[in-house]
Ligand binder design. Sequence first.
Ligand code: NAD
Ligand code: MG
Length: 389
Amino acid sequence: MRRIAILGATGSIGTSALDVVARHPDALRATVLAAGTRVEELLALCRIHAPEHAIIGDERLYPILRDGLNEAGLSTQAHAGSDSIASLAASSACNTVIAAIVGAAGLPSTLAAARAGKRLLLANKESLVLAGELLMREVRSLGTEVIPIDSEHNAIFQCLAGGEAKPVRLTLTASGGPFRGRSRAELATVTPAQALAHPKWSMGPKISIDSATLMNKGLEVIEAHHLFHVPSERIRVLVHPQSLVHSMVDFADGSTLAQLGLPDMRTALAVGLAWPRRIASGVPPLDLLAQGGQLEFEPPDLDAFPCLGLATAALVSGGTAPAILNAANEEAVSAFLQGRIGFLDIPDTVAATLNTLPQHAADSLDVLFDADRAARVTARARIEGRPRP
Ligand code: NAD
Ligand code: MG
């Protein structure tokens, strides 16, 4: 029996994961559910899935969770705080952890699960951007099973499976987001509602904005580098508006393998939960003709979407640069969603923060968390100084 902790259970990935789990009651069980602040949604999930443990990140909400579980007559134990999330992720309450908290906030629990040798289904890409070297060092030294839950990286994982061959090049595909084809000047006045309207994927707000700026693809280049041990110059990004080819791997003999499927994260989650077996995910098979019969590819526009270049440059710089990039981006995306800055202020804030702060070798978690904190302070000061849109 796979006993699964779903961290970020109320989110887009979390609810997709619960959908797959519920299809296989004999093999899969959600034993730990954790969320940040949406306590009523967490309670609703507990009523359906009856986990052994439920954790709310925001400690002030603990009484609501505890009383709600009691009133529902559930034996689910209530917990609160990020330390509880990390300790339950490492505990015997689970043998599998779905790391689906958004942002750097997911790093402590991701790391705890990796260190405890759980099968780690890793959606929280920010933890790899912030601390990829440290995290992958732990994973490799302990032999922890990591299955990426990002459609591109899950595709590459599937293309590499079962072979000893090293890839010559990785190609990450990108939908291009809601603003594909627009010039930089045309992006100056776009609104959060327009940026959230992703053409192909239904996702949480932060990754949706990252997809609109192409920062998401930049974070994914860093993620691919750490997961697959491939240098940045051998990771390419191609815009593929149909979002049916999820990524590709080139090998030395001229073969290119790709993984295709409908854009629905339940496929990647089913791969992670059942691998090396295949189980039903609720996603129907791909019918290329019904999807329009066309697969198109084009290069990304780095002028209109500078975040992709900023992220690649941060990967090449190494050290604390990716941590600074990630933290400045989280602050800028949050300010954009609150209507405090414009769309083009996102790359501006990230670039200015990277230019302002010194970069160090990333030799400990403390150094990385210090860089994260300093970047947030610098980015917030820059955001305060911008005119409101
Ligand atoms: P979301 O905003 O829909 O959900 C985030 C979840 O994290 C929620 O359950 C929230 O309660 C929880 N959370 C937030 N802050 C927390 C904290 N401090 N402590 C505990 N819990 C906290 O986001 P999402 O779209 O599901 O994305 C989750 C992660 O997966 C992100 O890192 C994202 O980049 C990655 N990812 C998502 C998709 C997708 O299709 N949604 C695809 C690839 C990768
Ligand atoms: Mg992705």
